[in-house]
Design a protein around this ligand. Structure first.
Ligand SMILES: *Cc1c(COP(=O)(O)O)cnc(C)c1O
Length: 444
């Protein structure tokens, strides 16, 4: 199998044949002909392999402790994706009625679903209780009373975890630990709100306290931040046991595992991180004289991000003169409506000519969208062949996470479909929106 340049960035089933990119055995030119552009293309075997790899990495590292891996559905959720990752042994994390409904529509048992959110509505809590979700992650003191009241009304006991803000924030190689929390999520460890919440939950017969939760950030590449957060949670668990005699049985250490978006970046080595984290948790439990709890994890980006690419068609190409050089502006038929991350966080991506081979020299290029904003950038800096022209296809790898899930209809562009390859014949698992779809919501 020949990979395009930057082999680590492309989904598992990517192949390069006579200069044309193939996914799941199908040339992208055929995918573009059948499904149109822009399209997201999901490599199903790649997605499933990543899900299985993450589950095995944590399960092996923490054995004999029990491990569950939840796929963070907010990265990208459809019923097919929920079924594929669930078939690999993952559960599904949701953070809204929409995500919860999608997981349920996929046929996932409520017990294998978690519900998150810092402002869950009464309807969302009722929906979760109606379907017997495996856990509701409590994010505030008022929510304790609300969930208890809704559980009482239904005559059930609600399984809950408490999201703790440990003061550890991570992303990239660094982490910082501060005593002060100035953000909307969770209950503060340092400020005492976490302990207050735990003691209140133990008083309420409608609530079953499963454990403690922490999510420290995203695009994290090493174990240090996770280990610091785990130590904080294990300490809180021991304190709670000393005060109340109740030893919680599970720690959820969240998601945030980093991936490579450009050839210069390296993805997290999850086997190494899981093993180092498990070691840190064992030593901390030994030091505290407490038994190892069960663990859960919530990767989103790392499962779906590298499993999907976006396929665009090139339109206008312009050379812009700069001091001492020039830049080729390559406009494609999508942009910030299908990938907001470059505009939102200055996120870097990579692009390659996908429909043909080219012997032309590489030139400095910027791939831009078709929206009415100069910040509508798809790839800020990339080298493309000098002869790139209208009608060519460009492929942008690693767009599976927070691409389609954050897509908008800005400029009233219909949102692209998601085409699954490598699982039988290529097919749309989320169909492309049409102009009629846009008008269907317009009540005049
Ligand atoms: C966003 C989020 C995740 C997933 O984060 P990734 O960076 O996609 O792995 C997991 N847990 C919680 C609570 C989140 O908010």
């Amino acid at each position: 199998m020949t990979h395009p340049h930057a082999p680590g960035l492309w989904p598992q089933s990517t192949d390069l044949i006579d200069g044309a990119l193939h996914l799941g055995g199908t040339p992208v030119t055929a995918l573009a002909d059948t499904f149109g552009t822009p399209s997201y293309v999901l490599d199903v075997p790649g997605l499933r392999a990543r899900a299985a790899h993450y589950r095995a990495a944590f399960t092996d590292a923490f054995a004999p402790a029990e491990v569950q891996v939840y796929y963070a559905g907010k990265a990208f959720l459809s019923t097919a994706v929920a079924r594929w990752v669930h078939a690999e042994g993952l559960r599904i994390d949701t953070a809204s009625a929409g995500e919860l409904t999608t997981a349920l529509a996929a046929g996932i048992d409520g017990r294998d679903i978690g519900l998150h959110g810092n402002n869950k509505s009464r309807d969302e809590i009722d929906l979760a209780l109606e379907h017997g979700v495996g856990r509701i992650v409590i994010d505030s003191l008022p929510e304790i009373e609300l969930v208890a009241q809704r559980a009482a009304a239904r005559g059930v006991r609600a399984p809950v975890m408490v999201r703790v803000t440990t003061g550890v924030h991570a992303g990239g190689h660094d982490f910082i630990a501060t005593a002060h929390e100035d953000q909307k999520f969770g209950l503060s460890l340092a400020g005492g709100a976490a302990m207050t919440a735990l003691e209140r939950i133990l008083e309420l017969p409608e609530l079953e306290l499963l454990g403690l939760h922490s999510h420290i950030g995203s695009q994290i590449l090493d174990a240090d931040g996770f280990a610091a957060a785990a130590a904080a949670l294990l300490g809180l668990r021991a304190d709670l046991a000393a005060r109340t005699g109740h030893m919680v049985t599970e720690l959820d250490l969240g998601g945030g595992y980093g991936i490579a978006y450009t050839p210069e970046e390296t993805a997290v080595d999850v086997v190494a991180v899981a093993s180092s984290l498990a070691h840190a948790c064992r030593s901390e439990c030994e030091r505290l004289g407490t038994p190892m709890p069960a663990f859960s994890f919530e990767p989103g980006r790392a499962i779906v991000g590298p499993s999907m690419i976006t396929l665009y068609k090139v339109g206008t190409v312009k050379s812009v003169q700069l001091d001492g050089g020039s830049r080729l502006y390559v406009s494609v038929d999508g942009g910030m409506s299908d990938n907001i991350r470059p505009a939102l966080y200055g996120a870097a991506y990579h692009a390659e000519l996908a429909s043909r081979a080219s012997d032309a020299p590489g030139v400095a290029a910027r791939v831009v969208g078709k929206h009415c904003e100069s910040g509508d950038i798809v790839v800020r800096d990339v080298e493309l062949p000098a002869d790139v022209r209208a009608g060519d296809l460009l492929a942008v790898p690693a767009t599976g996470a927070y691409g389609r899930s954050m897509a908008s209809q800005y400029n009233l562009l219909p949102r692209p479909g998601v085409v699954a390859v490598g699982d039988g014949a290529p097919r749309e698992i989320v169909r492309r929106e049409t102009l009629q779809d846009l008008l269907a919501l317009d009540l005049g």
